[in-house]
Ligand binder design. Sequence first.
Ligand code: ADP
Length: 165
Amino acid sequence: MTAVYPGSFDPVTLGHLDIIKRASRLYERLIVAVLNNSSKDQVFTAEERTGMITELCVGLSNVEVASFSGLLADFVRANKASVVIRGLRAVTDFEYEFQMALTNRSLHDEIETVFLPASLQYLYLSSSVAKEVFMLGGNVDSMLPPEVEKRMRLKTKQNQYNIKR
Ligand code: ADP
């Protein structure tokens, strides 16, 4: 069975990687699907985000990384997948996630969304929290893989982005 784990991953955090590892144990094939959105607030391009996740997943032989735009339901169908993986953190994720799951099922009735609970140490971790702490000079060792932190540092040097507050 093929599962798709979609998200913005801007950038990928230790919380995302934890979900990728856990989901890869549950399914024969896992496709991490990086949303190619054109939001002005994004730090990394879809290509950069896809590249970083690919590097971090080299040890996971059943994990593939791809980027997509448009409807997730179409991407799932095109890849002959039947499961969408989402991570659930605090209760605040629930309303939105439930709405998305039902919407995706209404577009493609064979899609099941499977929620994996966040691990305790990553319960309050999001890409935006990690970016904010990084920009304010805080320690992000418990939030981001060292490779990602390095890329963030390079971006700051090139002064390519501003974090909106
Ligand atoms: P979005 O699709 O909303 O842009 P993200 O790229 O931030 O989402 O995250 C993709 C998926 O990973 C979502 O299902 C989100 O709930 C989940 N996720 C994000 N951070 C964590 C975390 N720390 N632990 C578990 N799941 C997470």
